[in-house]
Design a protein around this ligand. Structure first.
Ligand SMILES: Nc1nc2c([nH]c(=O)n2[C@H]2C[C@H](O)[C@@H](COP(=O)(O)OP(=O)(O)OP(=O)(O)O)O2)c(=O)[nH]1
Length: 159
């Protein structure tokens, strides 16, 4: 007897499966003093992707993929050197997020605090970069995987 032709399940068959990408990103912090209130504001460095990159002009935290043989901290220190020209001391890990982008790419993202670095910050690859108070983060159009973290940071839950 002939086997019936099975219909392809579009939700599971989207071509060759892409491997999970392991990504690290840094929350580079600085503490700005406010003259009027006398209290300090915590600011974080945010970076905007270039117009010719995938997910163009979205905002993200500096970082990138872990290469074979690297620890997460080593990968982040390398990326921050390549992207910003700084020698960063990688602090504690404050979040880990798994996300599936619509193109089928899944990423595992780890975020680390960086509150010490050597050298002068230099924008080597981004369209724009700026310091944002944690409370202002939701005003920026961040990558989808970062949105939960953005909410937590802006509401003072993580730092
Ligand atoms: N650096 C960074 N990447 C992030 C964040 N959130 C998020 O979804 N990502 C994604 C975007 C990229 O797909 C991937 C980081 O890869 P990458 O920095 O090495 O290189 P890329 O943007 O050229 O990415 P790709 O085209 O190779 O996928 O992680 C974030 O806050 N920072």
């Amino acid at each position: 007897m002939k086997e019936p032709i099975r219909k392809l399940d579009r939700s599971t068959d989207s071509g060759t499966p892409k491997p999970m990408r392991l990504v690290v990103a840094g929350l580079i912090l600085r503490h700005a003093d406010s003259a009027e209130s006398g209290t300090g504001t915590t600011e974080v460095l945010i970076c905007q992707r270039k117009p010719d990159q995938p997910m163009s002009l979205k905002w993200e935290f500096p970082g990138g993929k872990i290469e074979p043989g690297e620890t997460a901290e080593e990968a982040l220190a390398r990326e921050l050197d390549e992207e910003l020209g700084i020698s960063a001391t990688i602090g504690r890990r404050i979040a880990q997020i798994r996300h599936k982008y619509r193109n089928g790419g899944a990423i595992d993202l780890q975020f680390f605090v960086v509150d010490q670095f050597g050298g002068a910050l230099e924008n080597r690859i981004f369209n724009d970069m700026r310091w944002s108070p944690l409370t202002a983060l939701p005003e920026y159009d961040f990558l989808a995987a970062d949105l939960g973290l953005i909410r937590d940071l802006s509401e003072g839950r993580l730092l």
